[in-house]
Design a protein around this ligand. Structure first.
Ligand code: NAP
Ligand code: ZN
Ligand code: ZN
Length: 349
């Protein structure tokens, strides 16, 4: 028998999130059941709740930056026990057999990865429900370990903002001797700055918000560029090896391409709802790349969490109560978040 759990859901693209009740399955032999302690608020939650990508099935319970305490485990679970702090990110299942799954890239599962919310729920039917809720049940293989030295609330954003920036920075060789730009100082961007710095790159923040310049340096940027200032942008033309673009809204990526040097890479992780135009000249000279990246696989996500444990890296957060979520979305749209909202799930009753 499934059990009932309190949650917050959007019932339509235009309705605010409100209290809702969902079913959670009984843990099967390989499942881990947890009480959710904290859930980060990702801009993807907002895009999804408002159906900005045109793919949402309602009702939707967002949330994929989940840290919880294990309450029960199935008989076959080896790695978790009741009482452990555990985490769930953007994925709850995949086929486990295709080329992508066998290469630890479950997010690109060729049969279709099952995302934490809005995916097809093979157990209960309907869609999967995310972390804006009191509990969740997830297969052990999709459950992650949180290093003990990290604050569980500040660790929650690592499950999406963390891995989404860690993975492409690793992929494109951000490290010593490289000049790396991070565009947008929001949830993803502030983790990107921390990782680029931790990997030893010369780290540059590009922000539209002059008020964030000082924080950018505190978070690890060697330099800050106010991206609306053409003179500042001009001084850095043709100089970056890697630029990680985390911007959630329409913006000019041609201006960013102009900052790349020979063989430089513009890696997009932000997902503005509308297509963006690219001038071919800015890409062909001198031989540049535009790349994309989607979160990371399970093994890399655990690697990132362990890296954060070792280096004492976590998110800068503002804790909110569950019923502040709609205000938090409005603030996120105004770029007024320093630098990730995290819902304290004890406030959901
Ligand atoms: P966020 O906290 O709202 O941060 C976005 C930042 O982008 C803002 O803080 C702002 O930074 C900048 N920005 C906003 N509007 C802008 C505009 N019109 N022009 C230029 N800059 C602007 O969002 P987030 O949670 O980091 O997510 C960012 C994007 O990544 C979203 O589209 C989200 O869906 C996507 N995402 C993708 C993945 C993936 O796997 N690829 C995973 C998670 C999220 P400044 O104030 O510093 O300019
Ligand atoms: Zn996310
Ligand atoms: Zn697969």
């Amino acid at each position: 028998m499934p059990s009932k759990a309190a949650a917050y859901a959007a019932q339509s693209a235009t309705s605010p999130l409100a209290r809702f009740t969902i079913d959670r399955r009984d843990p099967g032999p390989t499942d881990v059941a947890m009480e959710i302690l904290y859930c980060g608020v990702c801009h993807s939650d907002l895009h999804f709740a408002r159906n900005e990508w045109g793919i949402t099935q309602f009702p939707v319970v967002p949330g994929h930056e989940i840290v919880g305490r294990v309450t029960r485990v199935g008989s076959g679970v080896k790695g978790f026990r009741a009482g452990d702090v555990a985490a769930v990110g953007c994925l709850v299942d995949s086929c486990r057999a295709c080329e992508c799954c066998t290469r630890n890239l479950e997010q690109f599962c060729q049969k279709g990865a099952i995302f934490t919310y809005g995916g097809q729920d093979a157990h209960l039917g309907g869609t999967t429900h995310g972390g804006y809720s009191k509990s969740i049940v997830v297969d052990e293989r999709f459950t992650l370990r949180v290093p003990k030295n990290l604050d569980p609330a500040a660790a929650a954003p690592l499950l999406c903002a963390g891995i989404t920036t860690y993975s492409p920075l690793r992929q494109w060789g951000a490290g010593k001797g490289k000049k790396v730009g991070v565009v947008g100082l929001g949830g993803l961007g502030h983790m990107g700055v921390k990782f680029a710095r931790a990997f030893g790159a010369h780290t540059v923040l590009l922000t539209t918000s002059p008020s964030k310049a000082e924080d950018g340096k505190r978070l690890g940027a060697d330099e800050v560029i106010i991206s609306k200032d053409a003179a500042q942008m001009g001084r850095h033309a043709g100089s970056f090896d890697v630029i990680l673009d985390t911007v959630s809204a329409d913006h000019d990526i041609n201006a960013l391409l102009g900052l790349l040097r020979l063989d430089g890479t513009l890696s997009l992780v932000g997902v503005p709802p509308a297509p963006m135009s690219v001038g071919a000249f800015g890409l062909i000279m001198p031989r540049k790349k535009i790349a994309g990246s989607l979160i990371g696989g399970l093994a890399e996500t655990q690697e990132m969490l362990d890296f954060c444990g070792k280096h004492g890296i976590a998110s800068d957060i503002e804790k909110i109560a569950m019923d502040q979520i709609n205000t938090a979305y409005e603030r996120m749209l105004r770029s007024d978040v320093r630098y990730r909202f995290v819902i304290d799930m004890a406030t959901l009753v």
